[in-house]
Design a protein around this ligand. Structure first.
Ligand code: SF4
Length: 440
């Protein structure tokens, strides 16, 4: 696992009372950079952890902090004891002034499975991004990679009852035959504490027992050696969020470098895992073109992905971007374009860069990729429908049939979807515990 020096380590009493779960925590603690005592807590103590110990205080974009440390590690179990029990825990936190977006889920022992209602009724970003409705699954919340634009540092929560989790996940999978892939932890980077934690391996092997159902791990890691002997049966896809040399070192400091991520992908590929890449987020640093040329070259010289997705830095207005990113690193022309386009992008989540900048960037990456592969699917991730219309002919796919890194029907090797991903999704989870609608 990574070299980690957390300020503190907490484990719920349920974890410490179960020999299998306790052993997971103890293995991680034994591998820390410095010794740490495990602080055991109960449900009743969670308000104090939040209000007195401040365990959630440093969950802010890391680029806004003067100094970034490794996160506090907290180990808990998903409690599959039903909505009423979850509601009682939420109420307790609220009465004690400790109910936050974060405590809504992880600290209440819920949020194992999240219904992502993308482009359905109730989605606040409906019609502004092309993602498809699906189930997302979770085991961790938080990360040690320190990306400046990310707010998932400060606290890393790991749920350690993966065996029980898989029983309920099996029910979700059985009831949703239209969903073939399951993205794990879009709010964490699962391999960081492995193999000591010992939770990701059992999940990979659980998917290995299924027919035509795939786990998707999205990561910026260098850490894949440990997974080569697992019985994955070709049913785990690993998607590297990849970036050029400048971004990977100066903005994403504890991730694998560009080269290390590609080497980790090569190792996984050699062990039979399907690998993919997303250039996401693409931050237009001053030398972004040179960095892109080099990263694309390395990808194709060393690995064989089945799809590459592209996504510019987005979801922040220009003022926020200037708070969380070092502006002196950014391409001055594109920075100025963002500053001058605030009205143009006011109503879209794809801000701060205007469409002409994003389009220029996508085009550049696309041309580079085509120098190495005439037919690998290239898609635009979380972009607008307008951007997809612009690129439809060039990419040879549309917003409703493209394949991407983590779409619910993007199975290994697919070139286009056989179905309309927006129409086939139907939710059917009544009675299955551990489910949340809104995930924070
Ligand atoms: S790797 Fe992902 S989850 Fe981790 S800090 Fe970076 S953006 Fe956040």
């Amino acid at each position: 696992m990574y070299t980690v020096a957390p300020p503190a380590v907490y484990a719920h009493e349920n974890v410490m009372n179960n020999p299998l779960h306790r052993a997971r925590v103890e293995r991680v603690v034994a591998a820390l950079a410095e010794p740490r005592e495990i602080i055991t807590y109960t449900d009743e103590q969670v308000p104090d952890l939040v209000l007195k110990d401040g365990i959630t205080d440093r969950r802010v974009a890391m680029g806004t902090l003067d100094e970034v440390h490794d996160p506090i590690l907290l180990f808990d179990t998903f409690r599959f004891d039903g909505d009423e029990a979850v509601e009682a825990r939420r109420k307790y936190l609220e009465e004690h002034g400790a109910r936050t977006g974060f405590t809504e889920t992880a600290l209440c022992g819920t949020g194992a499975f999240h219904w992502a209602n993308y482009n359905q009724k109730g989605d606040p970003d409906r019609n502004d991004k092309v993602c498809r409705p699906c189930w997302r699954i979770h085991q961790q919340k938080g990360c040690i990679h320190r990306c400046m634009y990310c707010g998932l540092g400060g606290l890393l929560v790991s749920m350690v009852n993966v065996e029980e989790y898989c029983q309920y996940l099996g029910q979700i999978i059985e009831r949703h035959p239209w969903q073939q892939t399951y993205l794990l932890d879009d709010d964490a980077d699962p391999p960081c504490l492995e193999p000591e934690l010992g939770c990701l391996g059992p999940l990979i092997e659980f998917f290995g027992t299924l027919d035509d159902r795939y786990l998707i791990i999205h990561t910026k890691t260098w850490n894949t050696e440990w997974m080569t002997d697992l019985k994955h049966n070709g049913n785990t896809i690993i998607v590297w969020s990849i970036s050029g040399a400048t971004q990977s070192r100066q903005i994403e400091p504890k991730t694998g470098t560009t080269e290390e991520r590609i080497e980790a992908a090569r190792i996984a590929q050699e062990a039979g895992y399907q690998i993919r890449y997303k250039f996401k987020p693409i931050i237009p640093v001053r030398n972004w073109r040179e960095d892109a040329v080099e990263a694309v070259r390395m990808i194709f010289e060393r690995t064989t992905p089945d799809v590459i997705s592209l996504c510019c830095f987005m979801w922040n207005d220009v003022d926020r971007m200037k708070q969380i990113l070092p502006t002196d690193l950014l391409d001055p022309e594109y920075l100025r374009a963002a500053e001058e386009s605030t009205e143009e992008v006011a109503s879209t989540r794809t801000k701060p860069f205007p469409p002409r900048v994003r389009s220029e960037i996508y085009d550049f990456y696309f041309q580079e990729i085509r120098k190495y592969s005439a037919d690998i699917p290239v898609s635009l991730s979380t972009e607008t429908f307008d951007m997809w219309r612009e690129f439809r002919n060039k990419l040879g796919a549309s917003a409703s049939n493209y394949v991407c890194g983590c779409g619910p029907q993007s199975v290994p090797g697919a070139k286009k979807l056989a179905c309309n991903a927006f129409q086939v999704a139907e939710r059917n989870d009544a009675g299955i515990p551990g489910v949340v609608d809104n995930y924070y």
